[in-house]
Design a protein around this ligand. Structure first.
Ligand SMILES: O=C(O)CCC(=O)C(=O)O
Ligand SMILES: [Fe+2]
Length: 188
């Protein structure tokens, strides 16, 4: 997994410089020992099994933001299924471009940059007659890192911190619980 980690670290260095911070702003206690996850996700093809006249796929990935710093999304070249929500609130497709991957911004980078980089809402609907596979690499901060807006980003956005301090591991656990655990299980 070293290759993905190295690539993500390089992208984060570029983002740090673009924000006016030191190249290693996202290393050390923030992301020097990054938590990462590689997930291979299969999305079944469209069927009529749900009883509707029109083929409609009920199995996908609901609207969410990613939790950490960056996600590198490698998708099948010939199926458009990933959608992102733009600033006007419209869902737009992110069609695969062969030889490239999509890079999502996660919640921790939103906080660190005081919103200069937004964590984009996205979802997946596979309306194609083919099974879709995605390989997503999630590059996160250190598990126990306490994340808050960088001073330089606060300055650049009017001097006010827009986000509370968050401990990445706690944020991850709470999002996984709300995304994947059914409400009645949470209450039991
Ligand atoms: O399948 C995709 O293209 C993206 C999956 C995704 O958003 C996620 O796993 O967080
Ligand atoms: Fe995602």
């Amino acid at each position: 997994m070293q290759m993905w980690t190295d690539l993500s670290r390089k992208i984060m260095r570029g983002i740090a410089l673009a924000l006016g911070a030191a190249a290693d702003a996202f290393e050390g206690k923030r992301a020097g020992d990054p938590f990462w996850v590689l997930r291979i996700i299969g999305y079944p093809k469209v069927t009529h099994a749900n009883g509707h006249d029109m083929p409609k796929n009920d199995i996908g990935c609901g609207a969410h933001t990613d939790y950490g710093l960056l996600t590198l999304v490698n998708q099948d070249d010939d199926i458009t299924a990933l959608q992102v929500r733009n600033k006007s609130g419209e869902w737009i497709s992110a069609p695969p471009i062969p030889g490239t991957f999509v890079c999502n911004i996660g919640d921790m980078l939103k906080i660190l940059s005081n919103g200069l980089y937004g964590s984009t809402l996205h979802r997946v609907i596979n309306s194609s007659p083919k099974y879709r596979v995605c390989v997503a690499y999630f590059y996160e901060t250190n598990f126990d890192a306490a994340i808050e807006p960088l001073d330089i980003c606060v300055k650049r956005t009017g001097g006010t911190k827009k986000f509370e301090r968050a401990v990445y591991g706690e944020h991850l656990v709470s999002k996984v619980q709300t995304n994947f655990v059914k409400e009645d299980e949470l209450n039991s």
